[in-house]
Design a protein around this ligand. Sequence first.
Ligand code: DLZ
Length: 205
Amino acid sequence: MSTIKGLVKSDVKYDGSSLRVAIVHARWNKAIIDSLVNGAITKLKERGVKESNIVVESVPGSFELPLACSRMIAGSRIQTGAASVTDLLGGLNFNLPGSRSGTPAPPGAALPPPNQPFDAVIAIGVLIKGATMHFEYICESVSHALMKIQLDTGVPVIFGVLTALTDDQALERAGLGRGSEKGHNHGEDWGLAAVEMGSHTRRWA
Ligand code: DLZ
């Protein structure tokens, strides 16, 4: 029997060719992260987002994702003049060492000035439940913070944080399942969601 759960594909094929998208990912559970990030980049490119308009940045763990997303959105707006410095407290001296678009920049390298603010940010992390309450606290605070950032800034923040109870749950959701079923790579959905939401918010502006 087929399932009723899951995402129904949009009838519209959104065009990402004019969009600029940031991916911010944690480095905890890196093998799973890599697969999710690659899935997202594949779909962004499939929808026409230019490699030079995909910026990938890493942070230590999922707990660091909200601050990074917030600063990247603010910084890209200041650099492009889309917001004034006074609007965006803390955005001065914004610099993104080690960021990459397509291929990694050398550590310490500054990003070239972008020609437009980010249309969407994808926050990617993999939280796997352990023996303590760490998992619950991080899941709760990160999901609330990411929602707040997108509502406060009006820039879509795609929730690419897996909150898995077991290693296998996380692996399956990154297309790396250990059984006969490899599972579906959710990173692909996040790439498509970024293009769809980036396109919507331009129309809704
Ligand atoms: C500390 C911690 C733990 C226990 N588990 C994870 C995890 O499963 N996934 C993840 O992304 N990060 C984890 N972290 C690290 C925290 O997110 C954070 O980086 C540290 O607490 C430092 O603020």
